[in-house]
Write a protein that binds this ligand. Structure first.
Ligand SMILES: [Zn+2]
Length: 83
C-alpha cells in the first residue's frame, strides 16, 4: 500500500501525514494558523508532531519563511497545545 509522505519543513524528514501537523496561510487574516481538521486551503507547511520540531520552527521562523506571512506570538504555542 502506498502511504503518501510529506516533508517536515524543520527537520526535512519525510513522514506520513498523521505524524505531521500542517500550518496554512489564512488569506483573510494574513496570518499562518494551524490546520486542525485538515480542511484549510491555500499554502501550507508541514511540521512534525514533536516538541523538538515546534521549538526549532519557532526559532527559525518557519511560518515566515515558508508561508510568507508573519506568525502571531501564539502560533507556536497553539501548535504545542495540539501535541
Ligand atoms: Zn520534523
Amino acid at each position: 500500500m502506498h502511504i503518501p509522505l510529506r516533508m517536515c519543513v524543520v527537520c526535512r524528514e519525510h513522514k506520513p501525514t498523521e505524524e505531521l501537523m500542517r500550518i496554512t496561510h489564512n488569506v483573510k487574516t494574513d496570518k499562518p494558523e494551524p490546520d486542525i481538521n485538515g480542511k484549510n486551503t491555500g499554502r501550507g507547511a508541514y511540521i512534525c508532531k514533536s516538541a523538538e520540531c515546534i521549538k526549532k520552527a519557532r526559532k527559525k521562523h518557519v511560518a515566515e519563511r515558508h508561508l510568507g506571512c508573519s506568525a502571531s506570538e501564539t502560533l507556536y504555542d497553539e501548535l504545542e497545545g495540539l501535541l
